[in-house]
Design a protein. Structure first.
Length: 272
């Protein structure tokens, strides 16, 4: 089974501004001006007199081009990942379950505004490497950022390595992961494989910090996007507090995929 290697230009992801914005003409915002009638009182000949004057008012309004640029800069999403979209996700020769992944990511994106303040406002795509988990969730991120929804990207391995290299970052980074509007945790628990005796996997420190992040977002109804090679059953066994909260938050948008790597892993299918 082979999949097409051709990847059409992504029409869904956000592209860098290569031309001057027609709305603000490159100013990144618009100065709004209007006039309002204001009442003033003054003392004339021993009497208080009220008169009306027109006052000029001004307000600066950031343009959508600036808001999108700021959203992208804050997301920590790389230029390569910004190219990921739904239209350049290759389905040719892929199993039916991969189409389910694509549909789940699309449905979540379309319904995000309706569910973002609810308890079940999150999405999880779990299972085999190379099935397209990161691509599809990144496509959802790119579409949502195009609608000025701020996204914070946290790749599990690289994120903790960054914190480990500078523990002064810990409180600042953890608070950001708690407070951000939409959090994308990519490849949860990747890195240290767990053996049949339960050794390996996430460290006690990582679990402690993750529980604080997930519990805060659970209580505040802040959405999470999650990809992992681990099933929810396995995640719950490692930490029931974390797992049960994620299960509830992602209940309406969870797809777990497992099967033959030669069919599911696009890197093996394409022979790359």
């Amino acid at each position: 089974m082979t999949a097409s290697k051709s990847q059409p230009k992504n029409e869904n992801s956000i592209q860098p501004n290569k031309t001057v914005c027609s709305k603000c003409n490159g100013a990144q915002g618009i100065l709004r001006t209007w006039y309002e009638d204001k009442a003033f009182t003054k003392l004339v000949g021993g009497e208080w007199i009220t008169e009306t004057r027109q006052i000029k008012c001004e307000s600066w309004e950031w343009c959508t081009c600036y808001l999108q640029k700021r959203t992208l800069a804050a997301s920590k999403i790389t230029e390569d990942f910004r190219e990921k979209g739904f239209k350049n996700f290759v389905l040719d020769g892929r199993p039916a379950v991969v189409k389910e992944l694509l549909q789940a990511a699309k449905d979540y994106t379309l319904n995000f505004e309706k569910i973002r303040k609810e308890r079940r406002n999150s999405i999880a795509i779990l299972g085999n490497p190379g099935a397209g988990k990161t691509h599809l969730l990144m496509a959802a991120c790119n579409n949502l950022m195009h609608q000025n929804v701020p996204v914070t990207y946290f790749p599990w391995v690289e994120g903790w390595n960054e914190i480990k290299d500078d523990f002064d970052l810990l409180n600042k980074r953890v608070n950001m992961l708690k407070e951000c509007e939409l959090l994308f945790i990519d490849d949860l628990f990747k890195g240290r494989p767990m053996d049949e005796h339960g050794r390996g996997g996430p460290t006690a420190f990582q679990l402690e910090q993750l529980f604080g992040i997930v519990n805060y977002r659970y209580l505040e109804k802040k959405p999470i996007m999650l990809s992992s090679e681990w099933s929810f059953e396995k995640i719950v066994k490692v930490d029931e507090g974390i797992g049960s909260r994620l299960v509830q938050m992602c209940k309406d948008y969870t797809v777990e995929v497992s099967g033959d790597p030669l069919e599911l892993n696009y890197r093996l299918v394409e022979g790359e």
